[in-house]
Ligand binder design. Structure first.
Ligand SMILES: [Zn+2]
Length: 275
């Protein structure tokens, strides 16, 4: 069992500097989970449509990857009182991604291989306590059906290996993303470290596009003249809510840092307190 190191600001700055990568428009909608165990090389992932030169992880990091996306859309509906058809929402998302093989989820070495995305801690917490995520038991059932359907039809289910040793939560803005694993050198030798990553810019950019399409395809029904802009804002609220709910459960006490990238890849790192 590897031991977790709580990461200082200097250590996170070193990780961000070493692990940052630029993201092109084409791949910026491809997601991964906030999980810190994603491999440093993407040999284990299938980032389709991104070109062979791009050996990087899917850049849009959010809790639960695309299953987490569907869950938060439904939760937004339950919270703010609008109708969400989860199965239609799934279709709209797949269409936006350009096909089911770009639909991302993950499991791990401990997860039941017969259950899609069984190793995702975020989805596990949601199943244990749907109410805390503003979901019903029926919503959870539908999400599980969608996960199985996606897996059967060729969605990407990455199998993450190793222990959870995330030592910080990293929120990212700008057109760069950050890989989650790194080897820190100190006087005692080399230690592997991990960070949870959440990508605010790509998540909200995708929500803007999704909101328009969800309304157009009647996967979400808004009343009282509310529009796509409203929907996209509510989705971002629900994203934050789900992220913090899982962080409280899986990342309690960890420091939160915000990396704000400039166009040239330079970045500012800000301490945002602890979970
Ligand atoms: Zn996960």
């Amino acid at each position: 069992m590897q031991k977790k190191i709580i990461l200082s600001k200097d250590q996170v700055a070193e990780i961000v500097q070493a692990n940052k990568y630029q993201v092109d428009d084409k791949s910026s909608f491809i997601s991964r989970c906030i999980d810190g165990r994603y491999p440093t090389s993407s040999s284990l992932t299938r980032l389709r449509g991104a070109g062979p030169e791009n050996d990087n992880l899917p850049p849009l990091a959010l809790a639960g990857a695309d299953l987490g996306e569907l869950a938060l859309i439904k939760a937004a509906g339950n919270t703010y009182g609008f109708e969400v058809d989860l199965k239609k929402t799934y279709q709209v998302l797949v269409e936006l991604l350009g096909g089911i093989d770009n639909f991302q989820m993950h499991t791990d070495g401990h997860g039941d291989p017969t259950i899609a995305a069984a190793g995702c801690g975020h989805l596990k917490q949601m199943k244990l306590d749907p109410g805390a995520y503003h979901l019903t038991d029926e919503d959870i059932l539908t999400l599980s059906e969608i996960a199985e359907d996606a897996k059967k039809k060729g969605a990407t289910e990455v199998k993450l290996e190793g222990d959870h040793i995330e030592g910080a939560v990293l929120q990212v803005t700008g057109n760069y993303s950050v890989k989650t694993r790194y080897f820190l050198e100190n006087n005692n030798g080399t230690r592997e470290v991990e960070v949870f990553v959440f990508h605010e810019t790509f998540v909200s950019k995708r929500h803007k596009e999704l909101a328009k399409r969800l309304i157009e395809k009647k996967a979400v029904i808004l009343v009282n003249g509310l529009d796509a802009e409203y929907l996209s804002e509510m989705l971002s609220e629900a994203t934050e809510d789900h992220l913090m709910e899982t962080a409280k459960r899986l990342a309690k006490g960890l420091p939160i840092y915000l990396a704000t990238f400039a166009e040239d890849g330079g970045f500012d790192l800000t301490e945002m307190g602890t979970v």
